[in-house]
Design a protein around this ligand. Structure first.
Ligand SMILES: Cc1cc2nc3c(=O)[nH]c(=O)nc-3n(C[C@H](O)[C@H](O)[C@H](O)COP(=O)(O)O)c2cc1C
Length: 188
């Protein structure tokens, strides 16, 4: 069976982040055909085009690591109705130098979580706009704007009820099919 490596990018640096907890839950629930790995973005210096000729080591490592992945899954909160700056920075770092974007052609998906009621819809769709430009074919359905995030996890950080567990499992099954359908050079 083909196995696809999925880079999971979490848009929050907070230790008790609901989005990070969800990313871990998705990793455990993913079907066999996907291998998820959370890629840390906290240590990436702010993108500065002047540094393209001689990039910081952390940028070079991030880019070299990302190219090994087949697909990308974003799990993000919303800051001021958009994506957190730390996530946009990671996306910008990965998109350069021009013509060498690590995102290009990788099938992707966006899940957003917020303690608020509208599930970080604004961040989710701002991110989708960026992914159109970066040529990341992004799974349209199921959409995942997950509100009331504080109620979804138990004290150990695991998903607390069957309803959210079932949704998360179905989401990952759909993503597995999306990755398979949108990967151009089929894997062995
Ligand atoms: C700077 C800032 C801006 C925020 N703006 C929004 C917002 O626009 N919409 C929203 O639903 N929550 C907003 N929040 C609340 C976050 O959704 C909340 O802190 C959430 O727990 C962050 O995700 P995490 O748990 O994964 O860290 C904001 C929080 C911060 C710190």
């Amino acid at each position: 069976m083909s196995r696809y490596r999925v880079a999971v990018i979490v848009g929050s640096l907070r230790k008790e982040s609901f989005n990070r907890k969800m990313a871990k839950a998705l990793t455990a629930l993913a079907p066999e055909s996907l291998k998820l790995e959370i890629i840390e973005i906290a240590g990436l210096p702010l993108y500065d085009q002047d540094l393209d000729e001689n990039p910081p080591a952390a940028w070079a490592e991030f880019r070299a690591h990302l190219v090994k992945f087949d697909s990308v899954l974003f799990v993000t909160p919303e800051y001021n109705r958009s994506v957190p700056g730390v996530l946009k920075n990671a996306i910008d770092v990965g998109s350069r130098p021009y013509g060498k974007s690590v995102w290009d052609g990788k099938p992707g998906a966006v899940m957003s979580l917020s303690p608020g009621a509208i599930g970080a819809f604004g961040a989710n769709h701002h991110l989708r706009q960026t992914l159109v430009f970066l040529n990341v074919p992004t799974m349209p359905q199921p959409e995942a704007y997950i509100g009331n995030a504080a109620s979804l996890f138990d004290e150990s950080g695991n998903l607390a009820n069957d309803s959210i567990r079932g949704f998360a499992a179905k989401y990952m099954q759909a993503f597995a099919a999306w990755v398979e359908a949108n990967t151009h050079s089929k894997k062995q």
